[in-house]
Design a protein around this ligand. Sequence first.
Ligand code: NAD
Length: 489
Amino acid sequence: MPELFIDSTWRPAAEGGRREVVNPYDGEAFTTVDEASAPDAEAAVLAARRAFDTGPWPRTGVQERSALLRRVADLLERDREEIARTETLDTGKTLVESRIDVDDVAAVFRYYAEQVLVEVDRTVDVGRDDVVSRVVHHPVGVCTLIAPWNYPLLQMSWKVAPALAAGNTVVLKPSEVTPLSTVHLVRLLVEAGVPDGVVNLVLGAGSAVGPVLTEHPAVDLVSFTGGLETGRAILRSTAQTVKRTTVELGGKNPQLVFADADLERAADTVLTGVFLHAGQVCSAGTRLIVEESIADELVARVAERARRVRLGNGLDEGTESGPLVSAVHREKVEGYVRLGLQEGARLVTGGRRPADPDLARGFFYEPTIFDGCDRSMRLVQEETFGPIMTVERFRTEAEAVELGNDTAYGLAGGVQTGDDERGERVARALRHGTVWINDFGPYVPQAEWGGMRMSGNGRELGPAGLAEYRETQHVWRNTKPAAADWFKG
Ligand code: NAD
């Protein structure tokens, strides 16, 4: 069955392109998919446009749209194991993580099935009895939804669930590195009964299909999650037609640990915060900022546990962390390790590919810790998107906050302390979109997610994640029209 879904038909790429899909665990291409080019992207955009302008979906009642989202959630739960396996083969992440991802995706569909029923239209009191003033909401139109490879289905669900709930039509563009779970999702959307042309799927390289999907005048909104440089390019592409554009970009996320924190628990939180999914998490807590008096002890504990992380095949239940997503990405991570050494950072552990011959064919890299870092280093400031943690030390709370905010990004941060008041104070002083106190990583569909500064310009999840896909309109009705007599002539 072909993998492009355009105008309610599964079809191969117009120019016959195919792409190999590689398992990062062993470097083997285990399947191929259709690879779109510009004409496919154009056809998808035009199909979504027709469905928006003349199809039923934007005019369908919220109860019906809500019901469709619930059906999708049910189908995701039915196919949980198959999707999780697919995600593991595609990304290398462990099956446990993939199952959590599928559960989270279903939860996002259920959340927006409920949230779309919350009335947001409102009557405005304008202080006159001859006027009825209403603020009403509409879908934005045709939405291009572009997702990255680290959480392929999860990141796509944060876009497609609210976009459909609000009555938009969509063109989905998953990462060319990890297309398979999104193909499955589109099958489920069709099975759930989404009307013709409402959902379109384009697989392919960003450079080939991206310009059409982001510049085309028939597209009204672009929602993008990915790297900073791509985000900048997309903002430039959408500027010409002034599209509504949301970019969710990278992070360089601090984990602040004060001396009054429980050391053992703090070490565990730091470890998970940085090395989960081999550090390929936008909110990975890669920057440990620790109070000087406990720094040596904490770093030693985290390093000791980092050395014991069990790398392996994501499909094996005993595996704790999979490989990096691709050979190219591992080279980028290795480049950062070389850079760190040149910049004078001191390697505590890792800094190499694992010696285990069973892992030699995959794109594995050892959890890596650099001590003796400071904020002037590129290693401390740039997103490495791999299993690399840097260590900086502080003496005062003010210094900790200043270091935590000394980044161009602002996606997420953590503070660990035994003092609740300090935790709350520091959390509010950190300029990051999410801050965890004595924790690192959890999120829920009900709470907004997104970045400050160069981590992005919008919000996903929560009510704001739905508002991104709605237009606001003010309708003013004069019930007793009379001449204004402003101009006397
Ligand atoms: P990427 O920027 O390379 O690619 C992301 C997507 O954009 C892919 O689908 C890609 O094909 C597409 N793309 C590339 N060039 C394009 C163009 N010119 N026009 C349109 N689309 C184009 O990112 P990646 O390597 O897939 O993902 C990793 C990045 O994503 C990291 O920086 C990470 O921090 C970020 N991320 C952010 C969040 C968040 O919530 N803020 C979540 C997950 C990942």
